[in-house]
Design a protein around this ligand. Structure first.
Ligand code: FAD
Length: 541
């Protein structure tokens, strides 16, 4: 967009959005319909976000596709049919491409355009964005649809750069795939992505060595066609099903169990557990067993031991089975994973597990991985080391300067501070989609994204109608929200796990439970109440 003299011009819009994943696409759709001029700036060269970047073998959703879909347009829902209960990455990417096509969204997206800095201009009351490609942007409102799990965490292992073989990162898997066939492969990490990828890598590799720091709880996915009973409920009353999801605890319409573990006999608990195990559904396992599973250590320990029992049944070598059993965190305090042949993969003759708690990695060498007790020569290293979650993409490579030039990284030096997970005091006209302090990663994110986008766009419309140019959370409201966040998280077991929910997976990152643990439905009603009470906690001008 250079002008005739070759100098760049400034793109002027009402709203600039960063990101073109689930959130960015729906934002563009709503903003356009509400009559705002908008642009989305996306680092990738196409839409999809998470589902663009995560092309590793076995990448799938772990919330059933009946639930993990947009619900804003019944005609869109009728026009798309999922082939599986848990769709693969290519199918979800195709879905998001279909959505972009259907509503002609790509024309407002600037691809291959990372936002490199953002600055609030107090005189103009506008945000100024620098980009790594093309014209800078000036906008009245700035919306971060940058994703909670979009900034892969660099491996903190010495020597990664000296390795002579091929290196892959699950969250940045190459479009053309990876050469794994018949090769010696190391996978470092055993989180959700690794648990999905390991069975498929093991099928291709001559030998696979898995390096595990922390075992995770994984439940069988029992993938197959879309869940018949949920599909039937959807078909019978689509609007009712979606509305129930919006007011549920996790964004999936399943009323939580009300009996406590101590009100059930051993037999009754086992029966419930076996039913949940057979369901192959994380939300069922997290909400349908007994009411104290997520909030009381004793109630939780019962679930954890039943899962460990299952691991020991599947994995034949007792030492490997024991190494795969999680003891260091309560079930659900870390996002549990879905298993499609994961535990059984350790019965293959070409797969070994290295337990890094007993035998830590010393360094990556030119030929492989060196641990305290041995060395492993490999041709390929796959880093499945996770993400700098929730705050990573907002802060990474992206200095954001608010009122008085204050940097967001300074405002958040002690951990992310937000009002409702949507806004930050001192940063007028800035919105975060599924930001820290909202249910986000503790929910079906399709539901949480739609709720945030609707709330943001509805507020922008209301501001325009009332003649206001700026909106900013007050420090008092933000402090109150942070207090409420802490009170809610103190009632859960999340604080007892070193996880990406709490920032513990990134060295030096401040610790705290980042998502709102009070539930999707209660959170929605708070957001609605704030709006209904004349934007309680916001300063408008
Ligand atoms: P993203 O999809 O992460 O998109 C953010 C986009 O912003 C990216 O494309 C990125 O390139 C872009 N971006 C970031 N910073 C910049 C910048 N500075 N400049 C320009 N562009 C930028 N959630 C569920 O609810 N259910 C699931 O089953 C599920 N499965 C998942 C599986 C995997 C492997 C992963 C990683 C996540 C999964 N999630 C799941 C969470 C998932 O991230 C969300 O469901 C959803 O896709 C997030 O959409 P989003 O648009 O908010 O962010």
């Amino acid at each position: 967009m250079a002008n005739a003299a070759g100098a760049s011009s400034i793109q002027q819009v009402d709203v600039a959005v960063v990101g073109a994943g689930f959130a960015g696409l729906y934002l563009l759709y709503r903003l356009r319909r509400a009559g705002f001029s908008a642009v989305a700036l996306e680092a990738a060269d196409d839409v999809g976000g998470t589902w663009y970047w995560n092309r590793y073998p076995g990448a799938r959703c772990d919330i059933a596709t009946t639930d993990y879909s947009y619900s804003f347009d019944p005609e869109l829902e009728a026009a798309w049919e999922w082939s599986e209960k848990y769709a693969t990455q290519p199918e979800i990417l195709a879905y998001l491409g279909f959505v972009a096509e259907r509503y002609d969204l790509r024309r407002d997206i600037r691809f291959s355009t990372p936002v490199t800095a953002a600055r609030w201009d107090e005189g103009e009351e506008r945000w100024h964005l620098s980009t790594g490609n093309g014209d800078p942007v000036s906008c009245r409102f700035y919306v971060m649809a940058t994703g909670c799990l979009s900034a892969p965490k660099p491996p903190e292992i010495a020597g990664s750069e000296v390795f002579r073989g091929d290196v892959y990162v699950t969250g940045r898997w190459p479009r053309e795939g990876a050469a794994l066939q018949g090769r010696r492969v190391a996978v470092i990490g055993t989180g959700s992505s690794a648990i999905q990828a390991i069975p498929l890598i093991a099928e291709q590799a001559a030998h696979l060595t898995v390096f595990q720091r922390t075992p995770n709880f994984a439940l069988p996915a029992h993938n197959g066609p879309p869940l018949p009973e949920r599909a039937a409920r959807l078909a019978a009353d689509r609007a009712g099903f979606r509305e129930e999801a919006r007011w549920s605890m996790g964004g999936v319409p399943l009323p939580p169990a009300t009996e406590f573990s101590w009100q059930l006999t051993d037999g009754e608990r086992r029966e419930r557990f076996e039913k949940a195990w057979a369901a192959g559904d994380l939300i069922v396992a997290l909400t349908q067993l007994w009411a104290d599973a997520g909030v009381d250590a004793d109630g939780n320990a019962l679930v954890a031991e039943l899962i460990r029992e299952k691991i020991r049944t599947v994995v034949k070598d007792p030492a490997t089975a024991e190494a795969l059993c999680p003891y260091d965190h309560p079930f659900g305090a870390k996002r549990p994973c879905l298993d499609t042949g994961y535990y059984a993969t350790y019965n293959r003759p070409n797969v070994d597990l290295v337990d890094l708690r007993r035998d830590p990695i010393k360094a990556i060498t030119a030929s492989g991985v060196e641990t305290a007790n041995g060395s492993y020569d490999v041709d390929v290293i796959v880093f499945a080391t996770g993400f700098d979650a929730m705050t990573g993409a907002v802060l990474a490579l992206h200095p954001i300067a608010g009122r008085g030039g204050i940097a967001l990284s300074d405002a958040w030096a002690g951990g992310p501070q937000t009002y409702l997970g949507l806004t930050v005091a001192g940063f007028p006209n800035l919105f975060l989609v599924t930001g820290p302090g909202s249910p986000s990663v503790l929910s079906n994110m399709a539901v949480s994204i739609e709720q945030h986008v609707d709330w943001i766009v509805d507020r922008l419309v209301a501001l325009r109608e009332a003649g206001f140019a700026t909106i900013e959370a007050t420090q008092t409201a933000q402090a109150g929200w942070m207090r409420h966040l802490q009170d809610c998280s103190a009632m859960t077991l999340h604080r007892l796990a070193n996880t990406w929910y709490t920032g513990a997976n990134v060295p030096g990152k401040p610790r705290g439970v980042m998502p709102y643990t009070g539930g999707v439905g209660p959170y929605r009603s708070i957001c609605n109440e704030v709006a209904g009470r004349d934007m309680l906690g916001f300063r408008l001008s």
